[in-house]
Design a protein around this ligand. Sequence first.
Ligand code: S6P
Ligand code: ZN
Length: 198
Amino acid sequence: MPTAPNDMMAPFTKRVDLASGAIPDAHRVQTRRLSDLRGLFGDADAEEAALAGDDPLVYRVYDAHDAPKVEGQLLFSTTVIEPGRVGAEFFMTKGHYHAKPDRTELYYGLKGEGYLLLQTRDGRVDAQRMTPGTAAYVPPHWGHRTVNTGAEPFVFLAVFPADAGYDYGSIREHGFASRIVGGGDGPRIVPNPTFQRA
Ligand code: S6P
Ligand code: ZN
């Protein structure tokens, strides 16, 4: 039984538009342009050049619903990452640890292709390839970022505890251990030379 009145929620269903990745009646849509990711790409000159242009859309997050930020509640969203690069580096999300670091998450690939990059604060690094139909698990304590390595939008569904929260500061301050760059042989996962362990 719920212990507080605001823990009580009615069941509901949301539709995900599989053609676009949008949730048409989303509670909230967050738009991330390149200016929102300033400083996160490895090639600072390429980033500045792109920012001097049209400040391209990098990704949108469709938050399906709102829920009390308490243990037991789930949130879910879709993320639509546009195809594109800054220099050689593919468009990606900002990346975060969860503010409650032991909170987990499940990603389910819906469209396009990409990678889920993961890292722990004590130096473990991982990359999971995601395509339509793959389910990728973010374990407790792993920071995570997604990257579109394809030529069309990369779309995935994320399901996570409502009290997980976001720690973006650690990624902004210390960087991500890996980057994904494009070249003649396709996407390559390379170490980030400026990464510092948190
Ligand atoms: C939330 C989950 C996703 C991301 C989204 C955007 O825990 O991991 O919904 O928020 O993919 O990434 P970011 O790093 O900008 O929040
Ligand atoms: Zn997350």
